[in-house]
Structure formats: structure tokens, C-alpha cells
Design a protein around this ligand. Structure first.
Ligand code: HH2
Length: 273
């Protein structure tokens, strides 16, 4: 038997752990902390390098969740994963300072802020103090309003300018540049054509010099393209993520870790990375 040399992976999978009643594809499935922890451990076992725990849906039109309720959903899951000795890093998907502060204290090492510090600029200092990583994502408006006729002159140029500006803001508030991850925000205030153009022209965002995270998993633009219901979008998610990988994304936020690991492993081997 030939044993392949161990190489560090050129990509990372971020498994989604939604502790919400209303997420667009898995809302209500893991509302109990225990089932969310088990789900997270399962995703880590499948190969997720990061687990992204979220207590507030960002689907178009979603209602905001008060900070205390978001903490009540998220913090026991972070604690449960830490207690279980999970192998993956823990990210928390939040735009609220209270949630970020408690999550970092409980052992999270990444804050995934879909408002890119516009919701709570204090998150920058919290992340800096904790020596954590920060994901800054592009979104137009808020989840309530973002899909109301989004328009851009040049979507890629505008997303790039926004991410550059938010990165400068984060750095000026103490976050070291090497701790920053950038995300074009697929589906956040974008039409199908905008999402496709962002994936096609991803190399322009690679030029910002930071790892790019991409979240296409089961999203509605895939449904619009294929006519498939949310639970039948794994093949289209794979296609979108493989295309994004080929164009420079390295972190993939996904519901289905094992199939994406296989697909991206083959993509990486083919590209010779
Ligand atoms: N997408 C969702 C939530 N958080 N964070 C980043 N950085 N990038 C994304 O593309 C992204 C994200 C939406 O997906 P999901 O968590 O499945 O649904 P919901 O927001 O309804 O919980």
C-alpha cells in the first residue's frame, strides 16, 4: 500500500451550526444545545476545520434577535463543544458585542460578523484583546431590506472597495491584518447575476491579500438556476464552491461537510495545489 505524504490542506471547511428556529435551510433542527453540539461534533468528525455557531438567522426578511436570547442560544453550544474537546476551531456568527464577548470568553477563536463591524464596532477591540480572527462580510442594508432591488454599477469593484474600507477600519481599531478573513457575502443584497459575477471575478478580491471565505451553501441563487428546492441544492453548492476554489477562495461555509471535502480534495489535487 502506498501512503500519500501528509500535506496541509489548501482549503478549510467551515461547518454550519445554526441554533435558530428560522434559518432558511435547517431552522429549528438544532435548537437544543445538546443536539447542536452533537451536530457540530459530527461536522468536525467529517472534516470541518471550523464550526460556525449562529443564533440569529440572516435570511432575507429575518427578524432581529435580542442579545440575551442570542447568548442563550449560542453560548451553551460553544461551551459544550469546548467541553467535548472538539478538534475544530469555533467561530461565532454574530454582529453583537455582548454575544462576541461571551463567545470569546467561552472559547470561540473567530467572530464572523456579517455586518463587518457596522453593527457593533466594539467587536474589533474584543477580537483584538482575545487574539482571535475576524471575518468581515459584504452586505447591502440589513437582512430585512437587502434583497429589495439590489443595484451596483460594478458589483465586484464595490464589494472590493467596501471590504478594503472595513479592513482598514478593523486594523485601525486594533485587529492585526493577519487575523482578518474577507467574504463577498453571497446572497446578501445581490441578484443571481451579482452572485455569479462575484464568483467569476473572485481573483480581484484575492488581490486584497487576505483569505477569502465564501458561503454558497444551499442558497436561493442556486435554486433559481437549477429549479431545485433548498434540500436538493448539494450538487449546485459543490459546483459553486469548486468554481470559487479554482478562483481563489480558501474557506467554505457549508452545511454538508463530507461531500464538500471530497469535491474540494479532487479540485485541489487537479489544480496541483
Ligand atoms: N451566510 C449565512 C450566514 N452567515 N456568514 C458569512 N461569513 N458568509 C455567508 O455567506 C453567510 C454567513 C446564511 O446562511 P445560513 O446560516 O445557512 O442561514 P441563516 O442565515 O438563515 O441562518
Amino acid at each position: 500500500m502506498t501512503v500519500e505524504p501528509t500535506v496541509t490542506s489548501p482549503f478549510q471547511l467551515m461547518g454550519i451550526v445554526n441554533v435558530t428556529p428560522d434559518s432558511f435551510s435547517d431552522g429549528g433542527r438544532y435548537l437544543e444545545a445538546r443536539s447542536a453540539v452533537e451536530h457540530g461534533l459530527g461536522l468536525a468528525h467529517e472534516g470541518a476545520a471550523i464550526l460556525d455557531v449562529g443564533g440569529e438567522s440572516t435570511r432575507p426578511g429575518a427578524d432581529p434577535v435580542p442579545p440575551d436570547e442570542e447568548c442563550r442560544r449560542v453560548i451553551p453550544v460553544v461551551e459544550g463543544l469546548v467541553t467535548a474537546g472538539v478538534s475544530a476551531s469555533i467561530s461565532v456568527d454574530t454582529s453583537k458585542a455582548l454575544v462576541a464577548e461571551r463567545a470569546l470568553a467561552a472559547g470561540a477563536t473567530i467572530i464572523n460578523d456579517v455586518t463587518a463591524l457596522r453593527g457593533a464596532p466594539e467587536i474589533a477591540e474584543l477580537v483584538a484583546q482575545a487574539g482571535a480572527q475576524l471575518c468581515l462580510m459584504h452586505m447591502v442594508g440589513t437582512p430585512r431590506t437587502m434583497q429589495k432591488d439590489p443595484r451596483y454599477e460594478d458589483v465586484v469593484a464595490e464589494v472590493k472597495r467596501f471590504l478594503e474600507e472595513r479592513m482598514t477600519f478593523a486594523i485601525s481599531h486594533g485587529v492585526p491584518e493577519q487575523q482578518i478573513i474577507l467574504d463577498p457575502g453571497i446572497g446578501f443584497g445581490k441578484t443571481v447575476a451579482h452572485n455569479l459575477e462575484l464568483i467569476r471575478r473572485l481573483p480581484e478580491l484575492v488581490a486584497l491579500g487576505r483569505p477569502l471565505l465564501i458561503g454558497t451553501s444551499r442558497k436561493s441563487f442556486l435554486g433559481r438556476l437549477t429549479g431545485r428546492d433548498v434540500h436538493d441544492r448539494l450538487p449546485s453548492t459543490i459546483a459553486a464552491d469548486v468554481m470559487a476554489y479554482e478562483r481563489g477562495a480558501t474557506i467554505f461555509r457549508v452545511h454538508d461537510v463530507a461531500p464538500l471535502l471530497d469535491a474540494l480534495t479532487v479540485a485541489a489535487a487537479t489544480l496541483g495545489s
